[in-house]
Write a protein that binds this ligand. Structure first.
Ligand SMILES: [Zn+2]
Length: 366
């Protein structure tokens, strides 16, 4: 480790405090490496803070690399200085997968497109996109499938047209992605049972709705009646019913996680979702889930991150149609000017959430 260069004009104590605050305004200005893991990060990285004695500070990314450290796959330190070759590559592969959604793509094909080894490709893709290459390819295929289904083709034809090899495979996949089987989807999702509960929260009444596969509704309003109206408007043909007590164990656990999250006590929400969405919405929503607790991005940054730099408006629309507040943290997207921007459940709630996240993130670091 003889090549490690401590930045002279900067005080290590000061730098350490910036790490503890996960202050994103210092991203790109310096980097920190962890000698025990061999990885270097940007100051705002959401990773658990290492022991201070294992941390080294670097002025430049090259210095970290010269010291034998690799860029973190979680925070992509090189992207902070616009030099992340991986995110550009992955963006191109996404375009390729979308264009070839109806063909059987192997992981080897996709990795070759990226010019990366299979292992490195898989890891990098997941780190940047939040889903595996296979999941992404399936979402693209599902998108084709949904268009076919709406055109009133037979379900079987549509499935083969969309590039799925066999019926059982698509049912398996559709189960988790569309939340409904193709036949159900075609008929508009009649009769899907959704159970709901509403509770008081720091953000007003909160309603949680779920199918047997996951959460499909987390929203806020001033009253339970307004919430129920929102739920029915969102799922006009579903069979909506209050959750019977005692709540199923799984549902109770989801509720508890959400309640704690609203109180700032459980930063990480990793709950199963059951949502119907277009491939683009799905992509935006999954991307939003990768924005760390306590930080924000602009609509344009999200569009950029998705590889569609001109799609900032479409990103804003995808945020505005989010049906599961908090779990898909659309509140972490703000205007490029630093203004709050809109929020489906009122800008005051957005402000409250962001203030609380920042405060809690500081508290965790302390
Ligand atoms: Zn990192």
């Amino acid at each position: 480790m003889r090549n490690i260069i401590e930045p002279q004009p900067l005080d290590p104590d000061e730098l350490w405090q910036i790490l503890e605050r996960r202050d994103p305004s210092f991203d790109g200005q310096f980097f920190f490496g962890v000698v025990t893991t061999g990885v270097y990060c940007r100051p705002s990285c959401a990773c658990r803070r290492p022991l201070r004695k294992n941390v080294r500070f670097f002025r430049e990314a090259q210095d970290a690399e010269r010291a034998g450290l690799r860029p973190c796959l979680r925070c992509h330190p090189l992207a902070a200085i616009g030099q992340d070759p991986d995110s550009g590559r992955i963006r191109q592969v996404c375009e390729y997968i979308r264009a070839h959604a109806q063909e059987p793509l192997t992981l080897a094909d996709m990795a070759a497109q990226a010019g990366l080894s299979r292992f490195h490709f898989q890891r990098t893709f997941k780190a940047i996109m939040g889903v595996t290459p296979r999941q992404f390819a399936e979402a693209c295929r599902l998108d084709v499938l949904k268009v076919e289904l709406r055109q009133q083709r037979s379900v079987t034809d549509a499935i083969f047209e969309a590039g799925f090899g066999s019926l059982s495979r698509v049912y398996e996949k559709v189960d988790t992605r569309l939340g409904m089987t193709p036949a159900e989807y075609r008929s508009g999702g009649d009769d899907v049972p959704i159970s709901y509960v509403s509770v008081g929260s720091a953000l007003g009444r909160m309603m949680i709705g779920a199918t047997d596969r996951g959460l499909c509704f987390v929203q806020f309003a001033g009253s339970d009646a307004a919430l129920l109206a929102q739920l029915r408007a969102e799922y006009p043909r579903a069979r909506v019913q209050p959750m019977a007590e005692p709540y199923p164990e799984q549902f109770a656990a989801w509720m508890q996680a959400l309640e704690q999250h609203v109180r700032g006590q459980q930063p990480r929400l990793d709950l199963p979702l059951d949502l119907r969405a277009t491939a683009f919405q799905m992509k935006v929503w999954q991307y939003l889930q990768s924005i760390p607790y306590g930080s924000v991005q602009s609509y344009a940054e999200v569009a950029q991150g998705l590889g569609h730099p001109t799609a900032a408006r479409a990103v804003a629309r995808a945020c505005a149609t989010n049906r599961v507040a908090l779990v898909i943290p659309c509140h972490r997207v703000i205007r490029g000017t630093g203004e709050m921007g809109g929020y489906r459940w009122g800008v005051e709630r957005k402000r409250t959430l962001l203030d609380q996240e920042r405060a809690a993130a500081r508290g965790v670091a302390r």
